[in-house]
Ligand binder design. Sequence first.
Ligand code: CU
Length: 260
Amino acid sequence: MKATGVALPILALLAVALPGAGLAEDSPAAADTGAQRRDEAMDHSQMDHSQMDHGQMDHSQMDHSGHGGHAGHEMSFDAAGMVMNTNRDRLPPGCPKVSRDYDFEVRAGTAYAKAFPGDVFGMSQHEFRVVPCSRVTFTFINEDAIRHQFMIHNLPRNLYPQGMFHLEAAGGATKTGTLIVPGGDKTYLVHCDIAQHMEQGMKGQLVAGRGSGDLSSIPGVSARFREDLYRDPRQWLWVAGGSFLLTLLGIRWWSQRRLS
Ligand SMILES: [Cu+2]
């Protein structure tokens, strides 16, 4: 009776102390509390934006809320989404003719983020490699229930108002558009501009020729601007199992000591 009376508080102490001790082995991760993780997520979005050339993208001049800001765009718009600035025949600067045709079928949705820890949204393909002056048709299939976009930026403004090619598909919808890539080696940003979708994985790049360097945080292509720390659930099982075993051993040792 006396043995159990002392063993119980010790058991409780062990149970509290041991999981903590297990975590102390890799303290940086242990310190990664929920609150910090939220802060990092916010930070991440801001820093990611600052690293990109969003400043050159004219988002300030765009009016996403209505038609007013889309003056001059060639645009087809319906309940299923829109296709903006599609171009099949007007040649961009440096292109005497269309060099080649490409057809990409891009699927978008949460299912394509599974391979990338920390991402929520994704695309079936995050990088598109083409030769300069090629004509590229994108069929954008949205498998989610929410709206997604497929936007390409920094294209020649005389052909693509605001330098932008833009597909937008409502949940479950498919939209197709074509553009002719300018001459020269350049990497173009592809993204979904709906709030936080790019930061959560809907970011890609269209690489013409040798490109002009990888953009950051392209899933499967380039490193994240800031890495997220995630713990494998199996690690928790090891910690819990280890603590339990140590507790049993402690009780055994204690009761043997009391009896001897
Ligand atoms: Cu999206």
